[in-house]
Design a protein around this ligand. Structure first.
Ligand code: SF4
Length: 413
């Protein structure tokens, strides 16, 4: 419960370290020595102290320690971060506190220390139960290692676990994805996220599958054969074709629904009562503060991001006037225009299956939803992509299938 006289806020803490870079990853993450983990944690704690002083009117309802791979660090560093967060922020007693972890970096002892530190939710990056698919993604772990981590997490007492899955993996078939879904559902995690692989620029996958690759997008899959690189290098099997992708997408929805998971967002499924509060807050514009390298924030109607330069981050002098050092950390704050906030209200809120509420819109902007978006809403409703239920506007199932198109229709400029 949030304290009556304080506003709710969420915290995101970025740990940019990984054991190795996956072949598709464009996140702000890299390998670093244990001494860098320690220096980073010390600086992060200084930032937590500085930022906390500006957030006295907020109560923290959720914390998400993400990355990167937070579990690659020594667990005592995570415990130090948790201690600092609780000391410098007003963290609600029932706050949802998640840490992202990867199999292959988890031991019983680590999980135990997380629990002791007050972390009550795990998000495990599995992606696939097929070891060949995992290898081709450049993941460091096997399915068997995931199983051990999952069992350890239950033994330690974690009763709120998310498992991340990925579709559109090179070489993935409908059958292999079905196997992944079945094996994961048998373990009964409380939450499952299922995102599609996106080929991002600047990654080895982009060089092979992206628009810049010889022959262009998806060229590798045209002959249906594997395309091995050097004998000791990664294999680049073809990407699934569009028909397989679409069947995988529909299978995810029907299978997980049959297994008792409710779809509450385009790519997220949960057992009743286990929807991720942190992400729901993000989609419904609860203010959040990002701490650590490259972390983004949305606070006081402004969006801003911390520097992504590790040397600069580590070199910040938190003994200087806090306003000065925070401005160095994330540059001047930029207030979002009212129009931009209205667009975001729609883009983010419509990702949720329950959609957006006309009442919330009026209370936030002092104007009716229909006055701003009436014509586009009418057109999308008559096209069968949007539906109205009382004060709620939401995507239809078909609208969810083509959500990128539908959401882009709410751009005001
Ligand atoms: S574990 Fe996650 S953050 Fe790290 S390299 Fe792989 S995809 Fe990127």
């Amino acid at each position: 419960m949030t304290s009556k006289n304080k506003k709710p806020m969420e915290l995101y803490v970025h740990i940019p370290f990984c054991a190795r870079k996956c072949l598709y990853c464009d996140f702000l993450s890299f390998r670093a020595l244990a001494s860098v983990h320690e220096a980073y944690t010390a600086q992060l704690i200084r930032e937590i102290e500085a930022q906390g002083a500006f957030c006295r009117e907020y109560q923290v309802t959720t914390i998400f320690i993400g990355g990167g791979t937070p579990s690659v660090m020594e667990p005592c560093l995570i415990a130090d971060i948790m201690r600092a967060l609780k000391y410098h922020f007003d963290v609600a007693e029932d706050a949802e506190i998640t840490i992202e972890v990867n199999p292959g970096t988890l031991l019983y002892n680590k999980l135990h220390i997380y629990r002791e530190a007050g972390i009550n939710r795990l998000s495990i990056g599995l992606q696939s139960t097929d070891n060949r698919e995992l290898r081709d993604l450049g993941r460091i772990h096997t399915f068997e290692e995931f199983l051990k981590s999952f069992q350890c997490a239950r033994m330690v007492g974690f009763s709120n676990i998310n498992v991340d899955l990925m579709s559109s993996i090179p070489g993935q078939t409908l059958e292999s994805f079905k196997n992944t879904l079945k094996k994961v559902a048998m373990l009964k995690p409380e939450h499952i996220s299922a995102y599609s692989l996106i080929i991002e620029e600047g990654t080895p996958f982009w060089d092979h599958y992206g628009q810049g690759a010889a022959g262009g997008w998806r060229s590798a899959g045209q002959d249906g054969k594997e395309h091995p690189m050097a004998a000791d290098g990664p294999a680049f099997p073809p990407l699934p074709d569009e028909d397989t992708e679409s069947r995988i997408y529909h299978l995810t929805r029907t299978f997980l629904t049959e297994q008792g998971y409710g779809r509450y967002e385009i790519s997220n499924y949960a057992k009743p009562g286990h929807e991720c509060r942190h992400n729901i807050g993000y989609w419904t514009e609860v203010p959040y503060l990002g701490l650590g390298l490259g972390a983004s924030s949305y606070l006081g109607g402004c969006r801003f991001s911390n520097t992504s330069d590790l040397d600069m981050y580590l070199g910040l002098d938190f003994n200087r006037a806090p306003e000065e050092v925070l401005e160095q950390l994330h540059g001047p704050l930029q207030e979002l225009s009212r129009e931009a906030r209205m667009e975001e209200f729609m883009f983010l809120g419509l990702r949720l299956t329950k959609g957006v509420s006309g009442i919330d819109f009026v209370s936030m902007f002092g104007i009716k939803l229909e006055t701003v978006f009436g014509p586009v809403m009418e057109r999308l409703i008559s096209d069968g992509l949007l539906e109205k239920n009382g004060v709620w506007i939401s995507l239809t199932e078909w609208g969810m299938d083509v959500s990128n198109y539908v959401l882009s229709e709410f751009l005001l400029s």
